[in-house]
Ligand binder design. Structure first.
Ligand SMILES: *[C@@H]1O[C@H](CO)[C@@H](O)[C@H](O)[C@H]1NC(C)=O
Ligand SMILES: *[C@@H]1O[C@H](CO)[C@@H](O)[C@H](O)[C@H]1NC(C)=O
Ligand SMILES: *[C@@H]1O[C@H](CO)[C@@H](O)[C@H](O)[C@H]1NC(C)=O
Ligand SMILES: *[C@@H]1O[C@H](CO)[C@@H](O)[C@H](O)[C@H]1NC(C)=O
Ligand SMILES: *[C@@H]1O[C@H](CO)[C@@H](O)[C@H](O)[C@H]1NC(C)=O
Length: 335
């Protein structure tokens, strides 16, 4: 019995050692490749979220993979290495939500020789003067998902940026109270290279790097696609708008009342689930950053099904076009 137990323990330890060393072997191999790649840097970091955006970007054919190391895998993500319009780029798809976005951004900035981050993808449209297919390059982005959720008899913290009273949305119309109470919108804690160590500043609106926003303004008026295919087109020509506001939260917004609340309260034109994380992480580390988001749906204002399935690919294609235009606008000698 004891011998069998001992053997089991030994086998278990052996398995653990093999597993751990295998994991770190893969990691070491990747980090060595990255070291080699960095000698050919610096790179522009490109970060999308999921397959629709990735497929549209690679379908343009403008990404030329590095002949020796077209990609390197790290922490479960594939970082693709290559050139777009003669500029060195590293591309990664981060996955949905703020945690994935912040983790992938921080890792990219830490391990690769990066000059700045272009974050792009699709988003819900919350501004009635914008349309599906349009591309927004915001000047500011906020995380509108840091909530103080207080019960019906309490008031939200006076330091909060905004308030949503759930009782106002009772249907049929109630008397203004509801056990779900109130939601106060709190700020982020922003740590930065230029600030005091371990001393966070409160931050609601994160500002896109002004020089990059200036470069992006050259893209206004660019031609965007209007049709998914021969039988499915948007009613109007899509437009690219620079300088609006964007919101991010770990919430897929498909609700007209909440969409309108976001627009009226924060003046945001789009809702997504990653931008604020990529922007805040880039700024914390002292890197330039820009967000380019194509509007794929009405975030709940539609009749019937959410349009993201129908128009997601078109929005992603227009986004990819804007990204390529932006990269071409970056002075070549700078990167
Ligand atoms: C190491 O990489 C190989 C090839 O990508 C993969 O199949 C394997 O599961 C990895 N090993 C560990 C322990 O992560
Ligand atoms: C709110 O206050 C009322 C009146 O004092 C009390 O009856 C009720 O239980 C309170 N509700 C909550 C959720 O605390
Ligand atoms: C609203 O209705 C609830 C339930 O009937 C009641 O407890 C509460 O006092 C009312 N509040 C107001 C502001 O009238
Ligand atoms: C166009 O795209 C829509 C949505 O994906 C699809 O339902 C339709 O069959 C397509 N039409 C053609 C002609 O490919
Ligand atoms: C909504 O979009 C229109 C068209 O781009 C823009 O002019 C307007 O400023 C936007 N509204 C807000 C509050 O940003």
């Amino acid at each position: 019995m004891a011998a069998a137990k001992q053997a089991l323990v030994v086998a278990l330890i052996f398995t653990i050692i093999v597993f751990v060393s295998a994991a770190s072997k893969n990691r070491t191999k990747s980090l060595n490749i990255i070291k080699e790649l960095n000698r050919k840097g610096p790179y522009i970091g490109l970060i999308t979220v999921f397959s629709t955006e990735e497929d549209a970007f690679f379908a343009t054919g403008s990404f030329k993979p590095d002949p020796k190391h077209p990609f390197v895998d790290l922490s479960g993500r594939r970082f693709r290495v290559g050139k777009v319009s003669g500029r060195n780029v590293i591309y990664v798809s981060c996955g949905i939500g703020l945690i994935n976005a912040a983790a992938a951004t921080q890792q990219m900035l830490d391990v690769f020789d990066i000059k700045g981050i272009i974050h792009f993808g699709i988003a819900g449209n919350v501004n009635n003067s914008m349309s599906i297919g349009d591309v927004s390059i915001p000047k500011q982005v906020a995380n509108t998902g840091i909530w103080d959720w207080v019960n019906m008899n309490r008031t939200v913290d006076s330091g909060d940026v905004a308030q949503l009273d759930i009782g106002n949305y009772n249907a049929p119309k109630g008397n203004g109270t509801n056990l779900l109470g109130h939601i106060g919108y709190d700020e982020e804690e922003f740590f930065s290279e230029s600030g005091e160590p371990s001393s966070a500043e409160p931050l609601f609106w994160a500002n896109i790097t002004p020089q990059w926003l200036q470069l992006a303004s050259n893209l206004e008026g660019m031609k965007l696609e209007q049709c998914v295919n021969s039988s499915l087109c948007l009613p109007e020509k899509p437009k690219l708008v620079v300088g609006l506001k964007a919101s991010t939260a770990d919430i897929f917004v498909d609700n007209a009342a909440y969409r309108d609340f976001l627009f009226q309260t924060f003046g945001v034109s789009s809702a997504d689930m990653e931008s604020a994380a990529v922007v805040m992480t880039s700024l914390s580390n002292g890197f330039p950053v820009i967000v380019i988001r194509g509007l794929s749906d009405l975030a709940g204002k539609q009749q019937g099904d959410n349009a993201v399935r129908k128009f997601g690919s078109l929005a992603a294609l227009n986004t990819a076009k804007a990204v390529l235009g932006f990269i071409e606008n970056i002075p070549e000698h700078a990167y």
